[in-house]
Design a protein around this ligand. Structure first.
Ligand SMILES: [Fe+2]
Length: 240
């Protein structure tokens, strides 16, 4: 399939989304990683995105919010995003009220990163909804930075991992990366409503979050008019 042969249908991914969880963004570690805690304000059930580096702080935040972590949402399995998954899962299981443990949502194309670990893994379904209490998010299969990259779309915001940054995008020269796949994934994200707030996987931009509309206007990778222009830019710049 050529990188331009499957134009995304505007609005299709966001149609009929469940109510959005509340979202709390936390910068952790020394690589400017972002984690998010997503929670239902009614049931206090919560998910955490890409737990790493500061697990005890994430658990303190969850306690302060009076939420129970039941789900880990993995955007991709680069070490800096999953370094805390096993530790978090173990500490939740040991905690009072943590009896149900946590379920780790990770693409089957990257699940090998957790091989041999005592974790409950579940694959996301592309455009399938993942409940968080009475709220929920929708998984979007967005490969390119990695082979199983997954974004999580809520009604009004989008968790992008290393697919899309504020003013940038993920690199494609690591194992499993594909510039053509990343181009298609970015086109898909740009078909989301322009007011959708973007929560990236790293604090690499001028602001911690952005919107789909702002990125469409300002992000040099999204201003590319063709795949070839994108390929040249992406493969020349090796940062991020
Ligand atoms: Fe990454």
């Amino acid at each position: 399939m050529s990188p331009t042969s499957s134009a995304p249908v505007p609005g299709a991914d966001a149609a009929g989304l469940p109510a959005a969880p509340e979202v709390v963004q936390l910068e952790v570690g020394l690589l400017q990683n972002f984690c998010e805690i997503l929670y239902c304000p009614d049931t206090r059930e919560a998910a955490v995105v890409d737990p790493a580096w500061e697990v005890d702080r994430l658990l303190r935040e969850a306690a302060a919010l009076k939420v129970r972590l039941g789900t880990i949402l993995v955007t991709h399995t680069h070490h800096d995003h999953i370094e805390g998954v096993a530790e978090l899962a173990a500490k939740v299981a040991e905690s009072p009220g943590g009896g149900g443990g946590v379920t780790v949502i990770v693409s089957p194309r990257e699940a090998a990163a957790f091989a041999g670990q005592p974790l409950t893994l579940r694959p996301p379904v592309d455009r399938g909804d993942i409940p968080i209490g009475r709220r929920g998010v929708r998984a979007l299969d967005t490969p390119g930075h990695t082979v199983g990259g997954t974004c999580y779309l809520a009604d009004g915001y989008l968790i992008t991992g290393d697919v899309l940054f504020v003013g940038g995008c993920g690199r494609t020269d690591f194992r499993g990366g594909s510039t053509a796949e990343l181009w298609k994934s970015l086109q898909r994200l740009m078909a989301l409503p322009e007011e959708t707030r973007v929560y990236p996987g790293h604090n690499y931009g001028s602001t911690p979050t952005s919107t789909v509309g702002r990125e469409a206007l300002e992000n040099p990778y999204l201003l590319c008019k063709s795949f070839e222009e994108f390929r040249v830019l992406r493969e020349r710049k090796r940062k991020a």
